[in-house]
Design a protein around this ligand. Structure first.
Ligand code: SF4
Length: 597
């Protein structure tokens, strides 16, 4: 199957004179299930709609945005696979020099791409509905702290001339919206689709039925008062469940934002169908340069959606949700078999995973009836959660047996605590199998920190779990005669983290001779618990004050994590002195940095 058309010439070759839906995206167009416009486009096409894509338009040129004409139903507008501000700026707010979702890594995406594209589309096609989608719109659906302007911004729906946001994983809501528009409904009448948010005039809201809708503090309140911000976050966070969540309402100065409950989870059959659509796994053939983000995932397989980890710094809870939805093994095997026919396939499946690779096939018996608990986080200790790796073992075995497949890697991060929590024989066997067959020299683990208080703030498992896991991984690697190493990911500057905590982590890295280049400086991206704490200095669930490193302290924390880098030594010395740890400055074996001249 050819990719979706990005020009009228291509459309005409397919016998299409007018599109039903036109997707405008900040990414280069890649016909692959890991790319938003790729998957939404194929899903709509599979349902019988004529879909065109306008990838990375120059928003200053009307010709770019009008190249495909007026769609019959709506424009779907998205920043792309990543929030445009995260994509365009580094954690210290410096402009990036490369966009990995763009041909040749070129910079073609405007800041706040969702708003910019929607503005321009609306100016050109004022009568055509605009539906925002993708991660940027999804995570900016309520008033939110925006790190790049250091301010509280309104919901993206209040700023953009769009009628609706499809939030979370959009296939099911977008199909329902397309179906209802196609049957003649007006977009302004479509107000009850799970997985969508819409806006209402203030006057209409005042006289409307509020039954079953939860009103949270307004934009004006959260912009003025950090306690109200934390309260609003806590309230809408509790409703992000497809089974028990209520619609959430947030008044804004000129409009009222109403978020319906999230879409119900996909069935295995639905997911199988989506991922087995006829993707070419290629960028659009008109591109002369590679899209850097495609190469690492071209031959990867997505096994599931959702993550019950609830790490504080991750927005997945608000986007894919906590309920894990897994594909069938047969479908995954068929996808891998189809890959072996691809002309570029060299026998290596680059990744078999999802948000957390080893959550594949896991489920809590409550999810299907009551959703995920509101009053506690999911944990391997929950008796109703089956932390069982046997389905993954079977999947990996079947993938290894496919003729033409030489290696199968698990490159997505794994939750090491889940492996240890699996007390069946499958837990041990999974670690053995992973170590023996599915690690490409380095195993990514994401402990993120080792200090007990920081781990608690991050909602990550305690340090002793990491140590036990690493001990077992290294022992198996030794038995197998394999030179492979764990690559732990650590975060500096997270809310709740003090300089003393970073020194504890640096000493841990020193003592365990860990490779510590995988360093992330905490970035407050929209709609995470950590971002709420970063902005307010308050834990939204306990209302307690939390220390938030900023400015110079944040720089020092980052430097301490990379204490081996000579360029960081002045900062590291400063941090050690501030924490009263001059004993770690000097030439001794325990010292992190030498004395300065
Ligand atoms: S019982 Fe535990 S695993 Fe199940 S939904 Fe509740 S918190 Fe999550």
């Amino acid at each position: 199957m050819p990719p979706l058309p990005i020009s009228m010439e291509e459309a005409k070759r397919r016998g299409v004179d007018r599109f039903d839906v036109i997707l405008v995206s900040g990414d280069g167009y890649v016909d692959h299930p890991s790319f938003g416009a790729g998957v939404i486009g194929r899903v709509l096409e599979d349902a019988g709609y004529a879909v065109g894509v306008i990838p990375q338009p120059d928003w200053r040129r009307a010709e770019d945005l009008s190249a495909l004409g007026t769609p019959r139903l709506f424009f779907g507008v998205a920043s792309g696979n990543v929030d445009s501000m995260v994509n365009n700026y580094s954690p210290n707010r410096k402009r990036r020099r490369r966009d990995v979702y763009s041909p040749g890594g070129r910079l073609l995406r405007p800041d706040r791409a969702g708003i910019v594209y929607a503005d321009r589309v609306h100016a050109l096609f004022p009568e055509t509905p605009i539906v925002l989608g993708g991660i940027e719109a999804s995570l900016r659906r309520f008033a939110h702290y925006d790190f790049w302007s250091d301010s509280v911004r309104r919901s993206i729906l209040a700023d953009a001339p769009a009628e609706m946001i499809v939030f979370g994983m959009g296939e099911r809501p977008v199909l329902e919206v397309a179906g209802r528009l196609s049957s003649g409904e007006e977009i302004s009448d479509i107000r009850n689709v799970p997985g969508t948010a819409f806006k209402m005039a203030v006057r209409e809201w005042r006289s409307s039925d509020r039954e079953g809708r939860l009103q949270i503090p307004s934009f004006d309140e959260v912009a003025k008062d950090k306690r109200r911000y934390a309260e609003a976050f806590c309230l809408h966070h509790a409703e992000q469940d497809p089974y028990r969540g209520r619609a959430v309402v947030q008044p804004h100065p000129k409009t009222v934002i109403i978020q319906n409950p999230p879409a119900t989870p996909m069935t295995t059959e639905e997911l199988d169908r989506i991922y087995e659509l006829p993707y070419t796994r290629e960028a659009h053939p008109s591109y002369h340069e590679e899209i850097p983000a495609l190469e690492p995932v071209r031959f990867s397989i997505t096994t599931h959606r959702g993550c019950f980890g609830s790490c504080s710094f991750c927005a997945l809870t608000h986007h894919q949700g906590r309920i894990v939805q897994s594909r069938s093994i047969d479908s995954l095997v068929r996808e891998a078999e189809a890959m072996t026919e691809h002309p570029r396939f060299k026998g290596v499946i680059q990744d078999v995973g999802g948000p957390t690779a080893n959550m594949y096939g896991m489920a809590c018996s409550l999810w299907k009836t009551c959703g995920a608990c509101a009053d506690k986080l999911c944990s391997p200790a929950c008796p109703t959660l089956a932390a069982d790796h046997s389905r993954q073992l079977e999947l990996l075995r079947r993938l290894r047996e496919i003729p033409g497949v030489k290696r199968v890697f698990v490159s997505s991060g794994i939750r090491h605590d889940l492996i240890l929590a699996d007390k069946s024989a499958a837990g041990d066997e999974y670690l053995q199998t992973l170590t023996r067959h599915h690690v490409s020299g380095h195993l990514k683990v994401a402990p993120e920190h080792v200090s007990a208080s920081v781990l608690a703030a991050m909602k990550k498992p305690p340090r002793n779990v990491l140590e036990e896991f690493l001990r077992r991984f290294k022992a198996i690697s030794r038995e197998e005669g394999k030179e492979q190493y764990p690559v732990p990911y650590f975060i500096s500057g997270h809310p709740g983290c003090e300089i003393a905590d970073m020194i504890e982590l640096a000493e841990y890295i020193r003592d365990h001779r860990l490779y510590s280049e995988q360093v992330q400086d905490f970035t407050p991206t929209p709609m995470t618990v950590s971002t709420c704490i970063y902005y307010t200095g308050i834990d939204p669930f306990t209302e307690k004050a939390v220390h938030v490193p900023r400015g110079r302290e944040k720089e020092i924390q980052r430097a301490i994590l990379q204490y081996r880098d000579e360029r960081n030594w002045p900062h590291v010395r400063e941090g050690l002195r501030l924490a009263g740890r001059e004993d770690l400055i000097g030439d001794g074996p325990e010292c992190l940095v030498p004395r300065g001249r």
